[in-house]
Ligand binder design. Structure first.
Ligand code: PBG
Length: 432
């Protein structure tokens, strides 16, 4: 065989194109072909023949057998091949020095794009993304000022279109965040388990359109709480743990009934994973997964999100529960306490939030637990990159891809990111 064709499982059109191309895209239609043609040069009698190049750059065949080729070489009629190119010249004035006696030169493995690509340790793919989407009852999409490029999407129109766009570039997982009308909010957040509420209705619509779409839901009372807190607030300001868990179980079951694939408690009440698991199982939802916000830090990076949902706490802050046991953002070991509880209570996925400032916690959970790890690149992280890009202080696209790859390198299997669509388009080689 004179040539062989390799099919690279890569959606990237060319090595030199967009930087982002080196990540594996999902476009199934695009296949890279590398034609590796072994050239055959030939000798006739005594004359060395330099076969002329054919139009495709290969050497013309002269119809000579392998044995004749070998015999020619043995007889000293060596076919011609191009000479080794001369050593590239250094600029004038470059000092002439003896080479350092190094047995290890790490730059050797980085010397060409192809070699760098073959030694790449971490990959990023649209399949790693979960796309958080804000929904509301309206028909129009409302831009979110603090999150450029993000909208509160009309659940029947804009949302469906956005999901279609995401699926088109290989993002098939979404997580829904509802903006609930104020009139439906209450101190106990009962709207959270209304089977005909915005979230269950939306899940049914999406599952009807896209049965294989993976739908994650948020389990917490804050969108439904007239106090803007994740749980029920007592007169003295204390968030009531067990009573809140009771509500969360009803919320999770209602979401499962509508067709949710993964329910994700982000409330940080103690014992909620075990209670939700039991409630789901009791209703026949053994197949519904739980992604637990295991290490949700009390972070100022959530600011833009709260604007998006108008869910700022009316008073106080979330520190007694958002940090559950994680004291502010200073604690590291405490994440293990949370992870132990969540794992033993039956969580299927452990989530760390925020993402980039907490890479150490992602790595910690990745090393200590066999469960899949999720990272939430939260609104503040997103908005900072967007703002830096808009001000031309950083290259938005490159910083976006770097931040996502870093979350993967730290150990995240999946990433909840508002960049999901933009990054997936980039991975698929689309420049917009
Ligand atoms: C609340 C919730 C929050 C986020 C996800 N779920 C905000 C909060 O705790 O106030 C934040 C996500 C983001 O900032 O992007 N259940």
């Amino acid at each position: 065989m004179a040539s062989s064709v390799f099919h690279a499982p890569c959606g990237a059109p060319s090595i030199k194109q967009l930087e982002c191309q080196k990540y594996v895209g999902l476009r199934p239609s695009v296949t890279l072909r590398f034609n590796c043609v072994k050239t055959k040069t030939v000798t006739t009698r005594r004359l060395v023949v330099t076969a002329s190049k054919s139009h495709d750059g290969t050497t013309k065949k002269l119809g000579i057998s392998d044995a004749e080729c070998e015999a020619a070489v043995v007889a000293g009629n060596i076919p011609e091949a191009p000479p080794v190119p001369p050593k590239p010249a250094a600029p004038a004035g470059t000092p002439v020095v003896p080479s350092l006696p190094l047995s290890r030169r790490p730059r050797r493995n980085r010397k060409s794009p192809a070699m760098r690509a073959s030694f790449q340790e971490t990959n990023l793919s649209p399949e790693n993304f979960v796309y958080p989407l804000f929904i509301h009852e309206g028909e129009e999409d409302t831009p979110i000022g603090a999150m450029p490029g993000c909208y509160r999407l009309g659940w029947r129109h804009g949302l469906v279109q956005e999901v279609a766009k995401a699926r088109d570039v290989g993002v098939n997982s979404v997580v829904l965040f509802p903006k609930v009308p104020d009139a439906l909010k209450s101190p106990t957040g009962d709207e959270a388990y209304n089977d005909n509420g915005l979230v269950p209705r939306t899940i049914r619509l999406l599952k009807d359109r896209y049965p294989d779409l993976v739908i994650y839901t948020d389990v917490a009372l804050d969108p439904y709480s007239s106090d803007g807190h994740d749980g029920i607030v007592r007169e003295d300001g204390v968030i009531m743990n067990d009573e809140t868990v009771h509500q969360l179980c009803k919320q999770a079951v209602s979401q499962a009934r509508a067709g949710a694939d993964v329910v994700s408690p982000s409330d940080m009440m103690d014992g909620r994973v075990g209670a939700i698991r039991a409630a789901l199982d009791a209703e026949g939802f053994q197949h519904v997964s739980i992604m637990s916000y295991t290490a949700k830090y009390a972070s100022s990076f959530y600011g833009p999100f709260r604007e998006a949902l108008e869910s700022n706490p009316r008073f106080g802050d979330k520190k007694t529960y958002v940090i559950r046991v994680i004291e502010l953002y200073a604690n590291y070991r405490e994440a293990l306490v949370e992870a132990q509880a969540d794992e033993s209570e039956g969580a299927d996925i452990l989530l760390v939030k925020p993402g980039l400032p907490y890479l150490d916690v992602i790595r910690l959970l990745r090393d200590k637990y066999p469960l899949p790890i999720a990272a939430y690149q939260v609104s503040g992280e997103y908005s900072m990159i967007k703002a830096g890009g808009a001000l031309k202080m950083i290259d938005e696209q490159r910083v976006m891809m770097e931040s996502l790859m870093c979350l993967r390198r730290a150990g995240a299997d999946i990433i909840l990111t508002y960049f999901a669509l933009q990054a997936a388009r980039c991975l698929c080689g689309e420049k917009r």
